[in-house]
Design a binder for this molecule. Structure first.
Ligand code: HEC
Ligand code: HEC
Length: 200
């Protein structure tokens, strides 16, 4: 093999290696989470484009019982495939989560609470993250509302410092922030990105 064809083979191998093949067990997830991590039923979270480390930790928390769930499949994750499944969903960025409509008044309320309470960790309207927060832009509204209430009632354990941000918020306040996150573009539109860059 000469030098050039060797380089070509390496480049090809690299391009295959970038895209993880979904592990076999992921098929049992697709009935609810879709083949590419975009869920079709409200109440089920989208997993596409999510941070792999977050997905991995969530699966482990289900498996060891520290995060409650009513879904049987969540209790029997093949631990050897957790990493590969997390990687696969994290890489699904070709199709964005569908944007959900929301009432304008509720959105305005949600935006204000978001800015005061949630923006430190759920950065850029939920498109980015600090302190290991998941990416929640365009996440399913019903799922987000339910999870927020589970945190508030103590059924789901607050992560480090998130409890402070919930202090004094009513159920309606939390539902309004959930609506706000749901109404965002998952990856942001090109126009919005440009505007943001200019402001910096
Ligand atoms: C019967 C439907 C169903 C199946 C099958 C299912 N899930 Fe889920 N999944 C849900 C629902 C509903 C939730 C949210 C409620 C909860 O926490 O249980 C969820 C939540 C999750 C979350 C947490 C996401 C977040 O943002 O907090 C992960 C990760 C996840 N599922 C992975 C999987 C994987 C991997 C499989 C396959 C091995 C799977 N699920 C199978 C319905 C399902
Ligand atoms: C100090 C950082 C921090 C702040 C502030 C914060 N969060 Fe979070 N949030 C996190 C982390 C970390 C997680 C992941 C928790 C876990 O893995 O169980 C999370 C998870 C969530 C989830 C669950 C998403 C999922 O996919 O499972 C919701 C809903 C949520 N936050 C809403 C909010 C809202 C609403 C606010 C503002 C009122 C807020 N958060 C403020 C760090 C934060």
């Amino acid at each position: 093999m000469n030098h050039r064809s060797g380089a070509l083979v390496l480049a090809l191998l690299a391009s295959f290696a970038c895209r993880a093949e979904p592990p076999a067990s992921i098929q049992s997830c697709s009935t609810c989470h879709g083949t590419n991590g975009i869920a079709s039923e409200s109440g089920t979270p989208h997993l596409n484009g999510q941070l792999p480390a977050f997905l991995r930790d969530a699966m482990k928390a289900y498996a060891n019982g520290s995060r409650p769930t009513a879904v049987e499949q969540h209790k029997t994750f093949p631990l050897s495939e957790v990493e590969a499944m997390a990687q696969f969903y994290g890489e699904q960025k070709d199709v964005a989560r569908p944007k959900q409509d929301a009432d304008r008044t509720i959105l305005a309320k949600g935006e204000k609470i978001y800015g005061n309470r949630c923006a430190d960790c759920h950065i850029d309207d939920g498109r980015d993250s600090d302190k290991d927060a998941p990416l929640v832009a365009a996440q399913d509204k019903e799922f987000m509302t339910t999870q927020a209430l589970l945190f508030k009632s103590g059924v789901r354990k607050f992560p480090f410092m998130m409890d402070d941000s919930y202090r004094g918020l009513s159920n309606e306040d939390l539902a309004a922030v959930a609506e706000y996150f749901a109404a965002q573009d998952q990856f942001g539109s090109a126009g919005e990105k440009k505007k943001r860059r200019k402001r910096q």
